[in-house]
Design a protein around this ligand. Sequence first.
Ligand code: ZN
Length: 568
Amino acid sequence: MTTLRTLAWTLAATAAFSALTLSGGAPSPASHDPADLVIHNAKVHTVDPTRPEAQALAIVGDRIRAVGSEEEIRAWIAPGTRVLDARGATVLPGFNDSHVHFVDGSLGLSQVQLGDATSRQEFTRRVAAYARGLQKGQWVLGGGWDHEKFPGATMPTREWIDQVTPDNPVWLDRYDGHMGLANSAALALAGVDRNTPDPPGGTILHDAEGNPTGALKDAAAGLVQRKIPPPSDEQLTRAVRAGLDEARRVGLTSVQDISHAQEMRVYQKLLAAGELTARFYCITPIQQYESPARAGITAGFGNDWIRTGALKGFADGSLGSTTALFFEPYNDAPATRGLFNAMMLPEGHMLQMAQPADAAGLQIAIHAIGDRAIHEILTIYEEVARRNGAATARGRRWRIEHVQHLRPSDYEAFARLGVVASMQPYHAIDDGRWAEKRIGHERAKSSYAWRSLLDHGARLAFGTDWNVAPLDPLLGLYAAVTRATLDGKNPQGWIPEQKITLAEAIEAYTLGSAYAEFTDTQKGSITPGKLADIVILDADLFRIPAEKIKDAKVVKTIVGGQIVFSAD
Ligand SMILES: [Zn+2]
């Protein structure tokens, strides 16, 4: 992207730099190495309060070395310095997604995609087209469907797909991962019939005749999922390569991944091969807390590329599946208040895992969506703090994942207990289309309560929950700033008083996420000394109308000083 203008600036700067070298009066160039990379003509939004705005920055090796005006940064240019002209657009710290299912998202790139299916016909057509390419007995996998998008919000049943998949078992996740649809072949493999009882923490949906419809909620999904052969290392590696490609394209330089052992091995293999272009924080299942604890692993253990030491647990399900746990019943399903996840049962079980895990120095991150689930986890954290005593010097940085619908009386507990609210703004503009049908307006007022949480001193970390939502961080910023639901029905924002500013949303998606993984001294802002993880956009985000933020594009993604993505 060497425009004439860039070239002229480069030459002038190089001349100035040489003159300094010879004159000897000005700061000696030997006092610092010349930059490997300089970005200039930029609106650098640093997320660093000591210098919030700048025009240019210099990178040496994998670190940011200087941030300043055009004048100041010019001194870092020497022959061999690569100079990028940002053309007056916003430059930000690389985005850090605080909650992804990287392998699911990556595998999903090559599975049946139902995220934008809006009718039974379309649903069936896509499954049929996919199944045609498979051999007999191979699984049809994928999903992303949302019955709220079908006429009358009709729940899909196995009849939708049985005829086009007579020889292939099918498992299609709902977009939130808390429900899925099996065909008859898959139900038969799993031995699920009209007499199968609901497992604890799960529900088998039945039709009017009492036969399973194929839709299985939460723990019941495991009945079928257990029968799906796991992907090979080779398949996973191929998928993760595609996922990394997607991450580079959208400006993600770090992801916090809900990981399992096989996935962590794949990331390490890609790192050794020099192919890892995003930094991973691997959050492993809390049920297995004894393994890292026995190995002496504590929160944030690892290197600049792969860290671990955090544990993921579940308190409840999801709003869409009416399994998020509330104090009061659902407005549209008065017989239920939602479900505790099986990890919360019997009572005290989560505490029995959380206390020793915390004592071992591991970080705990628990999924909680309904107000009761969130409250229960806050109560458990408080009890762990009481039993284990004051936090270590480092602080625990407990997390609650999602924090979607909470009671105003619980806002203050986040700051008091030091709990990071790890949230996904895109869910608000997606679920916001129908959430009030489920929980009414009063409970909606403290849903996705970013403004209230910040005002009560809480720390926010933003992400997507990919594959549940699209991976693009600009969609998240757009959602946080506008709260404009995807159906176009709330152009001024759904519960507009909970909007936050663009600067606050960017901070949550960069420094906030870094804080949530104990790396805020290493990344999350454009600060000299930090890792050179940077994105250059094609627009000045602070100048364009908020509704245009979602249309902005990443022009360059830089990780550790290396340009890993260029739009041109
Ligand atoms: Zn998730």
